[in-house]
Design a protein around this ligand. Sequence first.
Ligand code: GLV
Ligand code: MN
Ligand code: MN
Length: 412
Amino acid sequence: MKIDIDRERLTSELEELGAISQAQPPVVTRVVFTEADLRGREYVKQLCREAGLSVREDAAGNTFARWAGENPELEPVATGSHIDAIPNAGRFDGTVGVLGGLEAIRSLAGAGYKPRRSLELVMFTSEEPTRFGIGCLGSRLLGGLLDPETAGGRLDRDGVSLDNARWAAGFEGPLASVPLPPGYYSAFVEMHIEQGPILERHNVPLGVVTAIAAPASFEVAIEGEGGHAGAVLMADRHDAFLAAAEIALAVEKSARSSGSNDTVGTVGVCEVFPGAVNSVPSRVRMEIDVRDTDEARRDSVLQKIKLACEEVADRRGVKTSLRLVNADPPVHCHPHVVDTLVQACKTHGLPFERMISRAYHDSLFMSRIAPTAMLFIPCRGGVSHRPDEYASPEAVAQGTLVLAETLAQLAS
Ligand code: GLV
Ligand code: MN
Ligand code: MN
């Protein structure tokens, strides 16, 4: 079979989707259930329909586009990723897995291939935690890892619940109808930009992911004492932001002292109240992200940060409270799907490297219901979650070719 990837079409579709943004392009901001997210979804669904796929959506807004196989009663093979984007992001995170997945399916159809199992493209809702504070909302629900009874009540910063946001976006029905049973798919493969520098540094076009690091995140609320920035004497202060600053440094220290490069810790959100230059901060809310390939080591870093919060609170006379948002286990990719990817790289004479994913992905949760693996393509400078994120048309096309070959093997 000769698989032809239409590089120009895929490149221009990535550009068009990238221009659908809440911010001025090239900046991509596409937060779940905003007008831009809904327009982006419409764009992808229209392309799927034009490709002859049948489109279905679930109550969480996860979108499935199916190419029926010759034996439609067999468990399908799935691929996909997300199109939502954090504020001030780029064009390739998630989207290469969605539009590349679609192009893989179109290229197989163009090659005259007839799948035995159905092939399904999945566009997951809210892989990014921006709006509702937890990553992989759609795939977590699909994989049965988020309680559907309480999920709908999660609030965004404006107090809008997930239920109200999804209903307003047209996704009705109970969230309890979203989870899929284990074994629903015979395999799941996600293509994604690496979001790190290794492939580019090693000058290798493809990464076959063998494991995904374990992410955790938690929220820390600090309550100190506010007051006049001129009048309150330094010795009398209980400044909530200074406590936060010490906790942030403790996050860095705990991650750096774990003994492994695989441990990372980040304070990505720090809201200071009341946020006035002449007012001592009285309250702070921080969101902290900690990851590791080793779950026990990740958890020991969480424990150290917790102790640091208590110590800082005691010493500075402030109150700290911690709320764990998620602490997920790492995933080891399925050997059969990994082997199929490896074989597909070899078939097309493309060098590859086995690697781990330090970023999390919908695959983390799809692995609960399907044998799962991932394919990485290089991105310039390893840059991601920034407007200058870039993957070359050649890199995207090579990944898509290997993805198409892999899907064909898995669906035969
Ligand atoms: C996904 O975007 C992540 O933060 O790993
Ligand atoms: Mn991302
Ligand atoms: Mn992503």
